[in-house]
Write a protein that binds this ligand. Sequence first.
Ligand SMILES: O=P(O)(O)OC[C@H]1O[C@H](O[C@H]2O[C@H](CO)[C@@H](O)[C@H](O)[C@H]2O)[C@H](O)[C@@H](O)[C@@H]1O
Length: 283
Amino acid sequence: MTSNRSTLPEPTTPAGRIGLAALLDAPARAVVALDFDGTLAPIVDDPEHARADTRAVLALSRLTPHLAAVVIVTGRPAAVAVEYGRFRGVAGLENLVVLGHYGLERWDAATDRVSAPEPPRGVHEVRLELPDLLRSLDAWNTTWTEDKGSALAVHTRRAPDPQATLDLLRGPLGELAKRHDLVVEPGRYVLELRPRGMDKGRALTGFLAERRAAMVLFAGDDLGDLAAFEAVEELRGRGVAGLTVCSGSAEVHALAERADLVVAGPEAIADLLGALADAVEGG
Ligand SMILES: O=P(O)(O)OC[C@H]1O[C@H](O[C@H]2O[C@H](CO)[C@@H](O)[C@H](O)[C@H]2O)[C@H](O)[C@@H](O)[C@@H]1O
């Protein structure tokens, strides 16, 4: 008889293999942490059209009940990730948490509530100054600004030359952010001006402590996910087993170079989550 169970890919590092074994041995002590865009959701030209891969969400609904928790750690506002992920009310996802704005915001499926701090004054000031700055750089018509409430993201993906436009904006947006006590978060054809003091590493470390996790799998695709990779590496020294997964692309190489496991983008992340669900359901 043939089996429908999918095969788990093997991490390429010894630490990653230890991490995966820890997850399979004691899933109830493990947290699976996932970035949203480029990891759960395929990259699309218009950020408002991004949606989580339906196979990935189905796999999560099977996997989550066996784990300490699943947490989405994203640069999106928490409510937007919940909407674009279509997570609300899904059976099996009762133990899902979304940490939005790099950990400043939080949504818990159990309560369906978002907690979010007031944006700092600098975000409002940047909102007022940004259009004139982009016009002065002749980049107003070739970029799209995503107003995320607590941050502003200038996207260049739809510009005739996305990389050249990104390079042109990097310096001026850096100065604008600095003047208003914000930081620039670079990403895949995007420069985001956001509040300082929080990143995905801090957000993930705090969440793992809250859940008393013995193991964490973190998957991401972009530069903002490096802080979470660093957190996983640091936590290994404190007895928390870890597995870092890169959702690979031709656009970013920094994560693939230090991941325990590289897979081919969001479709392969959905396969991985399905294989993990098969493994823990069978265990
Ligand atoms: O932390 P993440 O969940 O990965 O969010 C990071 C940023 O993702 C979004 O932008 C990226 O995805 C878009 C849709 O596929 C794509 O068009 C864009 O080029 C990417 O940079 C999102 O729009 C940002 O707000 C997030 O900060």
